[in-house]
Design a protein around this ligand. Sequence first.
Ligand code: ATP
Ligand code: MG
Length: 271
Amino acid sequence: MENMFVLNNIRKTYDAKITSRPALVIEEEFSIPKGKVVAIAGYSGSGKSTLLNVLGMLDHPDNIQDCRMEIMGKELSFTKRNKRWKFSQNGMDFMQFRREHLGFIFQNTFLPRSLRVYQAFMFSNGIKGLSPENENIKKALREVGLSYEVKNKNLANARVNALSGGQLQRVAIAVAMSKNPDIILADEPTSSLDFTSGKEVLTLLHDWVRQGGTLVWVSHNLYQVEQYADIIHVMIDGRIQKTIDNEQKATTENEKFKLVETLEDLLKNAE
Ligand SMILES: Nc1ncnc2c1ncn2[C@@H]1O[C@H](COP(=O)(O)OP(=O)(O)OP(=O)(O)O)[C@@H](O)[C@H]1O
Ligand SMILES: [Mg+2]
């Protein structure tokens, strides 16, 4: 099976002055296979966002020189001189790769509030010259359930600060999907959505994976995880404590309940 990510020997501590407890420790090979919905579940503070940020190389491990990071079969190394990740083989800058191949949906969408929605597509995806009438933007917004015309106004032209939390979250998802990435890293993408919109967005992401995408999805909603994930990693205290293969999805209510109960037990025992 082709892997999108392979990580090993990783340690990330945020502030060594305050705590010596690392937020993330990986001591055995950890991989994300292509074409799967991979969920990271765990209680608050267990290191889920840290793992996602390390995968996207927004955060650097402490042991930058001897950690192992591989993306789409290619090894990365860190150059101290300009503090950047590059592909060991051909020296290509990782930033360029990230722009083209990785989509992010952050836990807290940090779009500048004065931006208009169509500008958010340009801002986040590093492209220029899009208009509010752009067909791809319209399509992306429609796909996440944001109707293009809201009260006879073009939503693409609305200011980000005029949107509700749920609308903003859907814009962030539309932005990530519209650049047609190979991988999406999503941190609680449905946390501000109601039950029905959450289901719609997860179905959309799930279908996108079935068409060849790869999703790494942080969630604390064990019911959603049970329903949509192919693989479930349970994080406790900065470590992947257990991995559950969920591809043969539970079919009876009883089986579903059991899986959620197992996840709950794992997390409860860790507290
Ligand atoms: N920027 C930071 N500076 C200092 N400590 C941090 C920082 N970000 C995270 N931490 C700490 O690292 C640990 C892991 O945090 P992380 O954000 O990865 O948890 P999480 O599992 O995503 O939690 P949540 O479900 O609440 O989002 C926590 O103890 C947290 O306090
Ligand atoms: Mg988090």
